[in-house]
Design a protein around this ligand. Structure first.
Ligand code: ZN
Length: 150
């Protein structure tokens, strides 16, 4: 990977053009806002948990292609997972995006996340790719509110 254009694979462009699970969720049990001032990305993540399982997850906001695609892919992965599994996804994705050693992916299907692993070559884009996940983490464990990458 030597060129920024290589980062914008078709999967990412597709999720950006047509984000999945986009829009406000009615009656969320958890929510948080994520802001990345360096890029101008702003998004809100909404979750509805039932008995420790993520029953519904949606997001809305405005951002670059990477932040939007990452949030869209995240919502596809999270639905039906327990909070522990979601935490594990966050760890795996964070390690993947920052180029740290990737912890074992256990039994989760995280192949979808790999399209975003190219961001590790572009430190400024790592914050775009991880923004939705930081918002998720805040929503699940820190009573929501606003998280910022700076
Ligand atoms: Zn961005």
């Amino acid at each position: 990977m030597s060129d920024l254009r290589d980062l914008y694979q078709e999967v990412i462009l597709d999720h950006n053009r047509n984000p999945r699970n986009f829009g406000v969720l009615d009656h969320p049990t958890h929510q948080a806002q994520g802001v990345n001032p360096l890029c101008g990305d702003q998004l809100q993540v909404f979750l509805r948990l039932n008995d420790g399982v993520i029953e519904e997850v949606r997001f809305e906001g405005r951002g670059c292609a990477i932040s939007t695609a990452s949030a869209s892919i995240m919502t596809e992965i999270l639905k039906g997972l327990s909070v522990d599994q979601a935490d594990h996804c966050f760890e795996v994705f964070h390690a993947m995006a920052t180029g740290a050693a990737t912890p074992g992916a256990a039994d989760l299907d995280l192949a979808k996340l790999e399209v975003l692993s190219g961001v590790r070559e572009f430190p400024a884009r790592v914050k775009c790719a991880t923004l939705a996940w930081h918002a998720l983490n805040s929503a699940l464990h820190h009573a929501g509110g606003k998280v910022t990458t700076e």
